[in-house]
Ligand binder design. Structure first.
Ligand code: NAI
Ligand code: MG
Length: 488
């Protein structure tokens, strides 16, 4: 690193007093059962597993591991609630329940925020300002659509499908539950949802909230467990629609297993987004956008800006500023309000990231890491840059899902479009430039579902989200997000 170009000494002298959020107000049970037909019930499997705090490796609770019989009970409860109650209910009444879930979530926001950070490892600033408010907003937004489906799809006579089986990952546990449940309910479907094995607690808190909201029994069922539990949901004959967010490998398995059935599906899978910085971009804002793009939520973001393309004539200045900024990032306790980068979600995920860091070094790219220290307990990873990478490097082609950025330079627009698209994924991209015409040129040529211009990782319930190629198909959010839950 070129020391003369930076002011690291100045930045590393910055120290903040610790500002951890208290956990005294959090009520966690020792053991959680399955939420089926409006009640918490013991699993037929009689099995429980331990869920931990990835920042401390301490146990948080025991959680039920549902087997096929449990899934069958949940699906039947959902089917029964669909036929007898939810399908028949006037849309205006359905809407009130969804609205009530949103209001209750706002009221309990603090509790959800703290549990999300404890169980998932994400900085509390994010769970407080992003995950929980956005989750509530999704319920508000879709509550509004419930009685307006005929206006959303005029002359098409939209019909609900039945039971939606929904399987979600660990990177945005509550938000992904909201993305899945809110549109399903608004369109008149009932739900069986499985949270990821490492992050079940906010989904179980959501189950408590749903019970307290008075939503009719069986309309939403939440079953916890591992991949086998997810597969049992996908394969259940009474499930009419599958909604999945997670790895491309499992997405492919799901597609195979529903082939030949009339189950509808949406798959939101991996990504390897290009974040493209032109020489006319506002450099300081772009550097913030790069940092937000890849270090937000430890890089546990399917749309993370994990490939950086910088125009050659500004590469030195951008990389030097990026290194400086890296030094100021605070890695550590997710519950501390100053923390920028929290804990990696699991030991397995940390191993995967560390393997990729080794691969990057072996491939000959130049690694740069922040000089910050990381806690000795828990799963942490320093923010990492790889310079001088090329298209053939595995760290450029494969999803790492961690705070690791692969950097390349480019000269022309044609070159960067070709490089950005030369990847199996197509979920998102970012463009930084002063010129509107360049933005429109790129948005029409980049094969990605979401393209941010002069910003990154911005979400809104009214914007559709989803991928091209191996990033999956179908859209969630906005009016588009209603369609996968309807037949016309
Ligand atoms: P995963 O795809 O195995 O897990 C996601 C969800 O699918 C979990 O709820 C899991 O229990 C469930 N699942 C696993 N196997 C299943 C099966 N055969 N049938 C039905 N459901 C099943 O993802 P994992 O193993 O946690 O992470 C591996 C990699 O996947 C990560 O390193 C990352 O690259 C990527 N990933 C992408 C996500 C995204 O948002 N697109 C989210 C999580 C992981
Ligand atoms: Mg897996």
């Amino acid at each position: 690193m070129n020391k003369e170009n930076t002011t690291n000494e100045f930045f590393t002298d910055w120290k903040y007093a610790a500002a951890p959020e208290g956990t005294e107000h959090i009520k966690l049970n020792k053991q959680y059962d399955l939420f089926i037909n409006g009640k918490f019930v013991k699993p037929n499997s009689k099995k429980y597993y331990t869920t931990i705090n990835p920042a401390t490796e301490e146990k948080l609770a025991e959680v039920a591991d549902a087997n096929e019989k449990d899934v069958d009970l949940a699906v039947n409860a959902a089917k029964n609630a669909y036929d007898k109650v939810w399908k028949k209910m006037p849309a205006k009444e359905r809407s009130k329940y969804i609205f009530r879930i949103a209001r209750l979530m706002q009221e309990r926001a603090r509790e959800f925020t703290v549990i999300e950070s404890m169980n998932g490892g994400k900085p509390i600033r994010e769970s407080r300002d992003v995950d929980v408010p956005l989750a509530a907003n999704h319920f508000f937004y879709y509550a509004g659509w419930a009685d307006k489906l005929d206006y959303a799809f005029p002359n098409k006579k939209p019909q609900s499908l039945g039971v939606a089986g929904q399987i979600i990952p660990w990177n945005f546990p509550l938000l992904m539950a909201a993305w899945k449940i809110a549109p399903a309910l608004a369109t008149g479907n009932t739900v069986v949802l499985k949270p990821a094995e490492t992050t079940p607690l906010t989904a179980l808190k959501l189950a408590e909230l749903i019970r307290d909201s008075g939503l009719p029994d069986g309309v939403v069922n939440i079953v916890t467990g591992f991949g086998k539990t997810g597969a049992a949901i996908v394969n259940h004959p009474k499930v009419n629609k599958v909604a999945f967010t997670g790895s491309t490998d499992v997405g492919k398995l799901i597609q195979k297993s529903i082939a030949g059935t009339n189950k509808k599906a949406t798959l939101e899978l991996g990504g390897k987004a290009a974040n493209i910085i032109f020489d006319d971009a506002p450099i300081d804002q772009a550097v913030e956008g790069i940092v937000n793009g890849i270090f937000f939520n430890q890089g546990h973001v399917c749309c993370a800006g994990s490939r950086l393309f910088v125009q050659e004539n500004v590469a030195d200045i951008v990389i030097s500023k990026l290194k400086q900024r890296l030094e100021t990032l605070i890695v550590g306790n997710p519950l501390d309000k100053n923390t920028d980068i929290g804990a990696i979600n699991s030991k397995e995920q940390l191993q995967k990231i560390n393997e990729f860091i080794k691969i990057g070094i072996d491939e000959g790219a130049e690694m740069y890491q922040s000089s910050c220290s990381i806690p000795s307990k828990g799963f942490f990873c320093k923010p990492t840059l790889f310079l001088h990478t090329s298209q053939s490097h595995r760290i450029v082609q494969e999803e790492i899902f961690g705070p690791v950025l692969a950097i390349q330079t480019f000269r022309t627009i044609e070159e960067v479009i070709e490089k950005a698209n030369n990847i199996p994924y197509g979920l998102s991209a970012g463009v930084w430039t002063d010129k509107g015409s360049k933005i429109f040129n790129l948005t029409s040529k980049l094969r990605a579902g979401v393209i941010w211009a002069n910003t990154y990782n911005k979400f809104d319930p009214s914007s559709p989200f989803g991928g091209y190629k191996e990033s999956g198909f179908g859209r969630e959010g906005g009016l588009h997000g209603l369609m996968p839950y309807l037949s016309f």
